[in-house]
Design a protein around this ligand. Structure first.
Ligand code: ATP
Ligand code: MG
Length: 569
């Protein structure tokens, strides 16, 4: 079972199982875990979650849900240097927002005592030793895949001495980096991770949860599998780069517990999500924030979950995206256009339509009486009748998009041009008669006449107009700030750069354009986070920077993909 990226396929039509579902169904059939399914999502609280994490969240929580199981949220907080409770809080908020509820909230640091005890078990079995080599020395002696590592001079330390030194490491008797605890495995293994990997390092660093209790901290490889074991995880799902760590994951379980028939968690790997025009590593995202390239973690151009949320993405659209991406076992790059497709799909059904003019030019209807106004009926969402209608005010002076007038008109231009007739959405047919220009020759006002018999936009005599344009009433329109976002990077693979160059050189200088727009007055009370379709333009969400006096909209996505075409083949 490979990746599912066929966008024409509806999730409910999907009959084939992905490889993880196959494994779980087989486990259920054979009674391996007595039918129990327990997954976990294990973020390190050292940054904000991004769309890649969302993929992992949807996968872990989704499998648990599908098989009546549970999913734990486990903070993998074994490296106190970069971790913070600010991140813990944001991660919880994001998982909840995506629509998932964890069975338990756990912290790897909750297991530090137990992990310490198990490390002593390995020492007592002669399977772990205290090593005085520095990180540089260990690395220099590692060998290559074909040349075995040089044994540490401390490899054969007596068990008693190891136990004593390990206890004193914990007590804080030794400075940072002066000693490590290493597993004693195989110095000739072609898998470098098996060449006596470090289990514990000394770090006299305050931890966001355990405070100053510990000055030795377990490494990921030692902590992760044992944490899975403690929680009773059945399927420990991680990304492909951990495939080479799996023998070590199993080695710890085998050598600590020596219970071949008993319960054991299993690690499975899937391809991490890569998105075109995006960088995803937390280190780089942090760099973009710190360097002021974006306006924070929740900048609507960021691939973070909070950035996507602020931009106007819905949880449903992100879950739909994760579903369509599927589960692959080979690395690939997903076109960001697929994510955009998903939000359009979702908002097409949900978002109220309104008319907003982003780049206005005045339209004067010369045969419409000055001072007269009338109310016209507009449909709130043609996809959803229950959303009803609203009234919009029409008068002699309107704003239309500057782009909707051209002189002379190019071929196949069906909008306004001298002598050409169009439909004003929900209103009337109008025919352009003449224009006013400034001294530079720019059109400042477009004049037209309307046909009173075409009220509602209906043809009075079977006469056809090819174009329909949107408008707002000039007297009552309200101003809003509209933030037009574009891709943050100009290259599909921004991290692919020549020697000596930096991915930041691929940043798109035009990723944000701020403009002043005119909206129909209906929007005056628009609430933060509410999404609208601006007819003929795109989907927009009310930004949290909005105040009582000023509305701010984020463009989530245009109505059509202007970069790449996703075909439905
Ligand atoms: P990054 O490399 O972006 O810093 P990370 O892997 O260090 O991410 P963690 O907090 O350790 O971030 O990840 C938590 C979980 O999310 C892990 O199980 C990890 O495999 C998964 N994950 C992280 N990035 C992706 C991605 N791009 N696609 C799918 N899953 C991901
Ligand atoms: Mg990580």
């Amino acid at each position: 079972m490979g990746s599912k990226s066929d966008i024409s396929e509806k999730p409910e039509e999907k009959v084939s199982l992905n490889f993880l579902e196959e494994i779980i169904e087989e486990d259920i059939r054979t009674g391996k875990y007595q039918g129990r399914v327990l997954t976990r999502f294990p973020p390190e609280p050292n940054g904000y979650l991004h769309i890649g994490h969302a993929k992992s969240i949807c996968l872990n929580f989704g499998l648990a849900k599908k098989y009546n199981g549970k999913c734990n949220l486990r903070f993998d907080d074994t490296n106190p240097v970069k971790e913070d409770t600010e991140y813990v809080d944001s991660i919880k908020e994001d998982v909840n927002w995506l629509g998932f509820q964890w069975a338990n909230e756990f912290y790897a640091s909750d297991y530090f005592d137990q992990l310490y005890e198990w490390a002593k078990v390995l020492i007592k079995k002669g399977k772990a030793y205290v090593c005085d080599l520095s990180a540089e020395e260990i690395s220099a002696m590692r060998g290559t895949p074909t040349v075995p590592a040089t044994p540490s001079p401390y490899r054969n330390r007596p068990i008693e001495e190891n136990l004593d030194l390990f206890k004193r490491m914990k007590k804080g008797e030794f400075p940072d980096g002066s000693k490590t605890l290493r597993a004693k495995i195989d110095l000739a293994s072609p898998n470098m991770h098996m060449r006596d990997p470090v289990m514990y390092r000394i770090m006299h660093t305050h931890h966001h949860r355990t405070g100053d209790k510990w000055c030795i901290y377990p490494m990921y490889d030692y902590a992760h599998g044992q944490s899975d074991y403690i929680e009773g995880i059945t399927n420990s799902i991680c990304t492909l780069e951990f495939e080479v760590h799996r023998p070590l994951y199993d080695w710890f379980i085998d050598n600590i517990f020596e219970d071949p028939d008993g319960y054991r968690p299993r690690q499975y790997e899937f391809a991490r999500l890569n998105l075109s025009y995006t960088v995803m590593s937390k280190r780089k995202l942090l760099e973009l924030v710190k360097g002021g390239y974006v306006k924070g973690w929740d900048d609507p151009r960021m691939p973070t979950i909070c950035g996507l949320r602020r931009r106007g993405y819905t949880p449903e659209s992100i879950r739909m995206f994760a579903e369509k991406v599927g589960v692959a076992r080979r690395d690939n790059i997903i076109d960001v256009a697929l994510l955009e497709f998903c939000i359009r799909e979702d908002l097409n059904k949900k978002a109220m339509r309104v008319m907003t003019v982003l780049n206005p030019i005045k339209l004067v209807i010369d045969n419409y009486p000055a001072g007269q106004t009338e109310m016209l009926e507009a449909v709130n969402n043609p996809e959803d009748e229950s959303m009803g209608n609203r009234s919009i005010e029409f008068s002699r002076e309107l704003f239309i998009e500057r782009d909707d007038f051209m002189e002379p008109p190019p071929k196949k231009y069906f909008r306004l041009a001298p002598g050409q007739e169009v439909r004003l959405r929900y209103a009337y047919f109008v025919k352009c008669t003449h224009v006013e220009k400034d001294v530079q020759g720019n059109v400042t006002v477009v004049h037209c006449t309307y046909d009173p018999a075409s009220k509602g936009g209906n043809s009075p005599d079977g006469r056809k107009v090819k174009g329909t344009i949107h408008w707002v009433n000039a007297n009552t329109a309200i101003e809003a700030e509209v933030r037009l976002y574009d891709r943050l990077f100009m290259q599909p693979e921004p991290e692919k750069v020549e020697e000596g160059h930096d991915y930041k050189e691929n940043l798109n200088p035009d990723s944000l354009k701020v403009i002043k727009a005119f909206c129909e007055p209906y929007l005056a009370n628009a609430k933060v986070g509410v999404k609208y379709q601006f007819e003929r333009i795109g989907y927009f969400s009310v930004d949290k920077d909005s105040t009582n006096d000023k509305l701010v909209f984020n463009r989530i996505v245009t109505l059509k993909d202007s970069w790449a075409k996703i075909s439905a083949e």
